[in-house]
Design a protein around this ligand. Structure first.
Ligand SMILES: [Zn+2]
Length: 499
């Protein structure tokens, strides 16, 4: 039997004392104390769920002495982790299943002993620190300087057919890549759920309040973005906005500031005046943004200047190249360059989550659906089947459904028809399920606002406080039969307390 700790004070159970206790704790402990237990575990869960501080303190979490080696292990049958663990790690992915850390979790009343650092593993997945161990030889070869130089030298002279053949060759192994899992990876989300479940099971309550992920209680969120690759794409922008508008969908346009094509002020204002968003796409899209640290810093400074010049807050790198460990140089508010699972991107890996997350001050809005280019030109699939399959999986987990489609690739009639049927599908899905369709800038604002809100007790209720809390909804994580599920309160807590 699981030992129970009676340290979680819920206002419903102890209305006379708990309010003042929690309020006393509340203010101080939203900034969690350093050195007590392992605050990084608390902070990681707090950032994801926005839980009340009182609940977080019901359990002390300690991390047992971990190994010196970093490697792969599992947490339960589904979740592949990368980090250090007391219960052992494998040097390569294939042997991860030999080390299941979930068996080594020990529970006592009020104390949970973990064999690894939760926060470290979450960071290693989101920031793709595991990537160097899993990239296929082909990517390493393609990234080597002489091969790259040669390719870029001759690329312009290669017929499009030959280029696509080379790409097919490069991508032919994608189905054999075991991690992250295709077509959507939820490891980071699974781990948060598992740890919240552990905490709930180790306390006396079966239900813990948190701030629901999306405004007005929307079950999930949808974001459409368009990267403008060439002057042909730029010139097709107005038509694509017409198409999006005819299905009631607003998108953000990412535009390359240097070398590729001219960006006139009128173009920028036309996009904005129609209620679409304008963001920066790379600097010159030559594939070299992250090649070398000093050159990167020089380019990042120029990118920051362009963001100010265009009054934009969002960025995406060319070809989804990325190095999240260098993001501190950037001054934008949100980035959109990290795929959830990158099997069909030139740079493999993936952040293994369908939720936004902070990288320092920058909010990452991960790409969670296959790009139009990959679908049409790598998979040669002119249907919306893969998209609808991914959408269903992400909706089941209340995540962010984020698309990249390109005006450049939608000029062609066949591709455009597929895109139109996608828009039709999305429109119906949004209406039927009350999904929140939003531009990335709105999602960035919401996620930042939510990150400042708190759940506090008020009488026998819980209340969300802080600027913007009128859009927030209280939700409950409920453990039932060993499973964690979410329930969203229909009305805002403020409306509740007025009734
Ligand atoms: Zn691009």
């Amino acid at each position: 039997m699981t030992p129970r700790a009676n340290t979680f004070v819920s206002p419903e159970e102890e209305p006379s004392t708990s309010t003042s206790t929690l309020q006393q704790l509340g203010e101080k402990l939203w900034t969690l104390p350093k050195g007590s237990g392992h605050p990084d575990v608390y902070q990681t869960l707090l950032d994801y769920y926005r839980l009340p501080a009182g609940f977080m303190l019901a359990n002390t979490i300690t991390v047992d002495r971990v190994s010196d080696n970093t490697g792969f292990f599992q947490f339960g049958p589904k979740n592949i982790c990368y980090g250090r663990s007391q219960s052992g790690v494998a040097a390569n992915l294939a042997r991860a299943s030999q080390f299941d850390a979930s068996a080594a979790v020990r529970r006592e009343p009020g104390i949970i002993h973990l064999p690894f650092s939760f926060a470290e593993v979450i960071d290693n997945l989101r920031l793709e620190h595991y990537r160097k161990e899993v990239v296929p030889g082909r990517e390493v070869l393609a990234a080597s300087e002489p091969i790259r130089k040669l390719y870029y030298l001759i690329r312009e002279h290669l017929p499009i057919k030959v280029r696509r053949q080379l790409q097919k060759l490069y991508f032919q192994d994608w189905q054999t890549l075991p991690f992250p899992s295709w077509p959507v990876d939820f490891t980071v989300d699974n781990l948060h759920e598992e740890f919240l479940r552990l905490l709930v099971e180790n306390s006396d309550v079966k239900k813990v309040p948190f701030i629901w992920f999306w405004p007005e209680g929307a079950p999930s969120c949808l974001m459409m973005t368009h990267d403008v690759e060439t002057s042909a794409g730029r010139d097709f922008t107005a038509q694509l906005m017409d198409l999006d508008d005819s299905y009631g969908i607003k998108a953000s346009y990412q535009v390359i500031p240097e070398e590729r094509y001219e960006v006139r002020d009128q173009y920028v204002s036309e996009i904005r005046n129609r209620g679409f968003e304008f963001n920066v796409h790379d600097l010159n899209h030559d594939g070299n943004l992250y090649r070398e640290r000093e050159e990167f810093k020089r380019r990042a400074t120029k990118i920051n200047d362009y963001l100010r010049q265009y009054d934009s807050r969002g960025f995406r790198a060319g070809a989804m190249y990325r190095n999240q460990d260098w993001y501190d140089v950037f001054e934008f508010s949100y980035d959109m360059s990290v795929p959830n699972v990158a099997h069909l991107e030139p740079m493999r890996g993936g952040c293994c989550t369908v939720m936004p997350y902070f990288v320092g001050n920058i909010l990452e809005l991960p790409l969670t659906l296959v790009q139009d280019y990959s679908l049409f030109h790598i998979l040669n699939d002119y249907s919306i089947d893969l998209w609808t399959q991914q959408l269903a999986l992400i909706r089941r987990r209340n995540g962010l459904m984020s698309f990249i489609t390109h005006p450049d690739y939608l000029i062609e009639r066949r591709a455009r028809n597929v895109y139109a049927s996608l828009l039709d599908y999305l429109r119906q899905m949004i209406e039927r399920e009350k999904i929140w369709p939003a531009c990335p800038g709105e999602i960035d604002r919401w996620w930042r606002t939510r990150s400042q809100m708190k759940v506090v007790p008020r009488g026998s209720e819980w209340e969300i406080v802080g600027p913007g809390s009128e859009r927030a909804r209280l939700a409950y994580a409920v453990v039932d039969g060993g499973r964690l599920t979410y329930e969203v309160a229909n009305a805002s807590p403020r409306e509740n307390s007025l009734r």
